[in-house]
Ligand binder design. Structure first.
Ligand SMILES: NC(=O)c1ccc[n+]([C@@H]2O[C@H](COP(=O)([O-])OP(=O)(O)OC[C@H]3O[C@@H](n4cnc5c(N)ncnc54)[C@H](OP(=O)(O)O)[C@@H]3O)[C@@H](O)[C@H]2O)c1
Length: 364
């Protein structure tokens, strides 16, 4: 293996980032070195950085003091293995650093993949520690790796949200209001809800996102953040993917006691966040954390039972996205850095998603 390349982000100033080249670590007994092939980048990864300290996202892939490696979802190959039962060349999908390599300590090794049991990951959510072998993954299709990297973690979240809302019979509401409606997480939820009877879905987005969001065909109504006075009446649920305090306050004020549930899912408007005031009308917003729901549904159905159910919905969803999602491929450190900074600044075309690789980009 040649030199390793990493994107490091200043934990105190997310705009400050740098590319570093190092010698790749050598695996000891019980460890394997993964070669990171390629990975997706969306606002979800920016949220990992934004909440890196508060929610321990920096702890998955430690870096030098003060700097972090922002987690990404992608594909990797076992480049060197000192683990019985784990062959070199096995391809995996999972949680990775924006780097050329990752040192792991596989446990529970099987033909389905393994769990990274490195001590620093022991206390972190289990949903992020598993690596799934492509050869036995029910979701995997060779021609769809881009969409899997970009959309799978978001779709899993949306599926789990739809499952939660369905289980609760939409909390007795007839309308689901979703903010940051142009995001992949929001549109996947709208797509799933549109398959349910008797529920209307309203998307809130920025002015520039209205035409795109309407064009998706998954929302019954689309309003811009400037049109919050036009929210319809009725019993509603709010799914907040923007994290925008002013939008949340407007939705809660409008529906008040007719707001039957308020779920905090994302923070795409990371410069508009704010505390929830004590006098906010309606229910207290509840934080939805996909790994917690994965854990509870896995306990009920088994991990394979959960993944099988999601796989059934995944394939029709992917066919739907192929009608509107374009994938942009880029290679190398400078491209990774500029894509990251554009996403951080909200310079996002919701019809385009980014796949990056650092392979073949380092000094031989
Ligand atoms: N709780 C969980 O378990 C969980 C799991 C997965 C994802 N999430 C969260 O869901 C959110 C959506 O992620 P995604 O990857 O689906 O997003 P995405 O597809 O990259 O969509 C980005 C959208 O976010 C808005 N946006 C992004 N940056 C902005 C900025 N700087 N200023 C203003 N608007 C901005 C825009 O939507 P609008 O113009 O429509 O507002 C934009 O179209 C993330 O915060 C992610 O962390 C949470």
């Amino acid at each position: 293996m040649g030199r390793a390349l990493d994107l490091l982000i200043d934990k105190d100033d997310l705009r400050s980032c740098r590319l570093v080249e190092t010698d790749p670590p050598a695996p000891s007994d019980g460890q394997a070195l993964l070669s990171v092939e390629h990975f997706g980048l969306t606002s979800n990864n920016i949220t990992y950085a934004q909440f890196g300290r508060a929610m321990s996202y920096w702890d998955f892939f430690p870096a030098e003091e003060g700097w972090g490696r922002m987690p990404v979802w992608g594909f990797a190959e076992v480049a060197e293995s000192r683990v019985p039962g784990l062959a070199e060349g096995v391809r995996l999908y999972g949680y990775l650093p924006p780097s050329t390599e990752l040192l792991v300590a596989p446990s529970h090794v099987s033909e389905r993949g393994f769990v990274d049991a490195s001590p620093h990951r022991a206390g972190l959510p289990a949903a992020y520690n598993g690596y799934t072998a492509t050869a036995s993954d029910p979701v995997y299709e060779a021609g769809q790796e881009d969409l899997q990297m970009l959309l799978r973690p978001l779709f899993f979240t949306s599926w789990l949200l739809d499952d939660l809302l369905g289980e609760a019979d939409i909390f007795g509401a007839e309308l689901v209001v979703i903010s940051s409606a142009s995001s992949r997480t929001a549109s996947a939820l709208a797509h799933l809800l549109s398959l349910r009877e008797g529920v209307q879905v309203l998307g809130l987005t920025s002015e520039r996102g209205v035409a795109f969001t309407e064009g998706l065909g998954a929302y019954d109504t689309v309003l811009s953040y400037e049109q919050l006075d036009d929210l319809p009446d009725g019993r509603a649920v709010y799914v907040d993917i923007s994290g925008d305090a002013a939008v949340r306050a407007a939705v809660h004020r409008h529906y008040a006691e007719k707001l039957l549930h308020s779920s905090v899912v994302g923070a795409t408007h990371h410069d508009q966040l704010g505390e929830v005031p004590d006098d906010l009308p309606g229910p207290r917003p509840t934080f939805f954390f996909a790994p917690d729901r994965v854990a509870s549904r896995s306990a009920e159905w088994g991990r394979e039972g959960l993944e099988g159910r999601i796989a059934d919905s995944w394939h029709p969803y992917v066919s739907w996205t192929e009608g509107w999602l374009r994938v942009q491929h880029d290679r190398g450190g400078p491209a990774l850095r500029s894509t990251y900074l554009d996403l951080l600044d909200g310079k996002i075309d919701p019809s385009c998603a980014h796949v990056l690789t650092l392979q073949d980009a380092v000094t031989p």
